[in-house]
Design a protein around this ligand. Structure first.
Ligand code: FPP
Length: 224
C-alpha cells in the first residue's frame, strides 16, 4: 500500500494525512475483493523496517490501526470477512495487539473473504521465525531433518494454511517487492501501478484482477 506520503505532500498536507486517507482505501479494496470473489487478500500495513520512520509518524500509524479495528469491526463481521494478522506482535503497543486479537476473535467464524494484515511483518523475519520453529522441532525430535522439505517450512510460516498469492499488486510506482511474502510469491504474478495508495479504488482493484486473468501462468512448465 505505497504512496501515502507522496499523496499528502502533493496536496500540501502532512504525511500522516496520507495514511489517514490510505485507511479509507483499505475499505475500498476489501469491497473490490468481495465483488471479485477473491478468497484471500493480504495487506502490507507496517513492515519491520517501518520502525525507522519518525516516532510521530509511527504513533499515528499505530493509532490508525486501533481506530480502524474498532470502526470497521462490525461492518467486516457483517460482510462475512475474517481478519487475521501476520508479523511479530511482542514489539507492538498493547492497545494495538489487543485490538488485533479482538478483531481476530470477532471474525474467526466467518468464511467469506479472509483479510490477512501484515503488521510488524517482513518476509525475511518471517523466514527466520519459521527456521527457529523448525530447528526447535528438530532438536526436540518432532521432525527428522531428512524429512525437512518445502511443505515442512510452509507449515511453520505465519501464513500456514493460506495458499500462495496468485497476484501481488504494488501501488505508488515503485517496482520492487520490499520484503513482502518472499517465500510465498515464488510464482505470483506481479502488477505495478503508479496510482498512489490513497487514490486506489475498488475499480482499480478490479482492473488489476482483469489484467491478471489475461496472464498465462506456467509455473516453470510449458503451455499445454
Ligand atoms: C506506505 O506508504 C504505507 C505505509 C507504510 C502505511 C500503510 C498503512 C495504512 C494504509 C493505514 C491503515 C492500514 C490498515 C490495515 C487499517 P509511504 O508512506 O511509504 O508512501 P510514500 O512512498 O509516498 O512516502
Amino acid at each position: 500500500m505505497d504512496g501515502n506520503g507522496r499523496w499528502a505532500v502533493q496536496r500540501g498536507l502532512a504525511r500522516v494525512d496520507g495514511h489517514r486517507k490510505g485507511a479509507d482505501a483499505v475499505r475500498e479494496t476489501i469491497a473490490g475483493a468481495i465483488a471479485c470473489e477473491v478468497r484471500y487478500l493480504t495487506l502490507y500495513a507496517f513492515s519491520t523496517e517501518n520502525w525507522k520512520r519518525p516516532r510521530s509518524e509511527i504513533e499515528v500509524l499505530m493509532s490508525l490501526m486501533v481506530r480502524h479495528v474498532h470502526s470497521e469491526m462490525e461492518a467486516l463481521a457483517e460482510q462475512n470477512v475474517r481478519v487475521t494478522f501476520i508479523g511479530e506482535r511482542a514489539q507492538l503497543p498493547s492497545e494495538v495487539s489487543e485490538g488485533m486479537e479482538m478483531l481476530e476473535d470477532r471474525t474467526s467464524s466467518n468464511d467469506g473473504l479472509q483479510v490477512i494484515v501484515g503488521l510488524n511483518y517482513s518476509g525475511r523475519s518471517e523466514l527466520a521465525w519459521a527456521f527457529r520453529q523448525l530447528l526447535r522441532d528438530a532438536i526436540e525430535g518432532r521432525i527428522d531433518p531428512s524429512d525437512l522439505d518445502e511443505s515442512a517450512l510452509d507449515q511453520r510460516l505465519m501464513t500456514a494454511g493460506v495458499p500462495d498469492p496468485d497476484l501481488v499488486i504494488r501501488t505508488g510506482g515503485e517496482h520492487r517487492i520490499s520484503n513482502f511474502l518472499l517465500w510465498q510469491i515464488a510464482y505470483s504474478e506481479l502488477y505495478f501501478t503508479s496510482i498512489l495508495w490513497p487514490d486506489f479504488t475498488r475499480q482499480d482493484f478490479q482492473n488489476a484482477i482483469a489484467a491478471y486473468t489475461c496472464r498465462r501462468r506456467r509455473f516453470g512448465g510449458i503451455d499445454a
